[in-house]
Ligand binder design. Structure first.
Ligand code: DAH
Length: 338
């Protein structure tokens, strides 16, 4: 009898119960009416008093063990039931998600506007040489226009510099592709400027280039008007002011009418209501010559604008440095913008 009970104790200890079915069959086998425990108790009752005393404890041990085994399974079951009861339709905890940087957002919007009318994106290196950044754009050595763009020189021989504008992409692109050309080129540019609320040594531009037969200034005007109205709103007033860029002739600066409704409108438009937005012009024949495109046969226009400036206007940001500091309090305001 003693060995029998010890064997049952051993069996119960070794039994692994992993689901409800196994729990039920364990219950029947050990604790059921005709189960092992009742059988052993029945046999136990028949024993003489002295043996009872000795085996009683062992039998109780088996009984407690069997019950606690079953209890353990029930508890496990309860906690997994609890897990299954989690309501997945409830709103989740707030997750910190990022936001598109305002400069990326503005860049994407501008690129999309031009893609709609057949422009494709061309990107080029930021480390340039003198030829592509200056000379080929009709700014030979000692040309005074070079002073307008204070340059970071990396090396002089062979010459290496950080591009001061995205106009260098025009040259790189025309070196390889011949007309018709319709490209838009966003990218980072560098100038040796003191950092302030209005200027930075790193900023972003978008360059546009269109070359084909019979492209005229009125095509340029129509394109820029389409672009600015798409970006700022349908009823926008624009004006083209004669200007000078070495790589375009004639050249113009484009202003938009911003209005004079608030104190800040007066400040940013210097009291005129007009805001300068971008430069543009018809490609100078010298530039076409530098990339071996026949200026008798082809003509084209180019334009360039600063992305920061547009973003500052659209989002009413008055300090350029905010774009580069990556302050989370600034950036998270753009989670829902646009
Ligand atoms: N590259 C000029 C700048 O950085 C901007 C510019 C003006 C680009 C007129 C052009 C253009 O393509 O036609 O100030």
């Amino acid at each position: 009898m003693k060995e029998k009970i010890n064997k049952y104790i051993n069996d119960v200890n070794n039994i692994v119960i992993s689901n409800l079915e196994e729990a039920n069959s364990f219950k029947n086998q050990y604790l059921g009416k005709k189960g092992i425990l009742n059988q052993v108790f029945f046999e136990f009752k028949q024993l003489p008093g002295l043996e009872k005393k000795e085996l009683g404890q062992l039998l109780n041990q088996l009984k407690t063990l069997a019950f606690s085994k079953l209890e353990g399974v029930k508890n496990n079951q309860k906690s997994s039931k609890h897990k299954a009861l989690i309501d997945v339709t409830l709103p989740s905890n707030y997750e910190k998600i990022g936001a598109t940087h305002p400069l990326s957002k503005v860049k994407e919007n501008i690129v999309d506007i031009f893609k709609k009318v057949g422009f494709s994106v061309a990107q080029e290196r930021e480390i340039e040489d003198d030829w592509h950044n200056f000379s080929a754009l009709n700014m030979p050595q000692n040309h005074p226009a070079r002073d307008m763009q204070d340059t970071f020189f990396i090396d002089l021989n062979p010459d290496k510099l950080l591009r001061t504008h995205t106009s260098s992409v025009q040259i790189r692109h025309m070196d390889i592709h011949k007309p018709p050309i319709r490209i838009i080129s966003p990218g980072r540019v560098y100038r040796k400027e003191d950092i302030s609320a209005r200027a930075h040594c790193i900023f972003h531009q978008i360059e546009g280039l269109y070359i084909d037969q019979n492209v005229s200034f009125s095509d340029l005007k129509a394109m820029i008007n389409y672009f600015l109205k798409s970006l700022f709103g349908k009823d926008l007033k624009t004006r083209f002011r004669p200007s000078f860029f070495p790589f375009t002739e004639p050249s113009a600066e484009v202003d938009i009418y911003w209005g004079l409704e608030s104190e800040s409108d007066y400040r940013i438009t210097k009291g005129t209501g007009w805001l300068e937005i971008m430069g543009c012009g018809m490609i100078d024949p010298n530039v076409l010559k530098n990339v071996n495109i026949d200026s008798e046969k082809f003509s084209g226009f180019a334009f360039g604008l600063g992305i920061e400036r547009i973003a500052m206007l659209l989002y009413q940001i008055d300090d350029l440095r905010l774009f580069f500091e990556n302050d989370i309090r600034f950036l998270k305001q753009f989670q829902k913008a646009f």
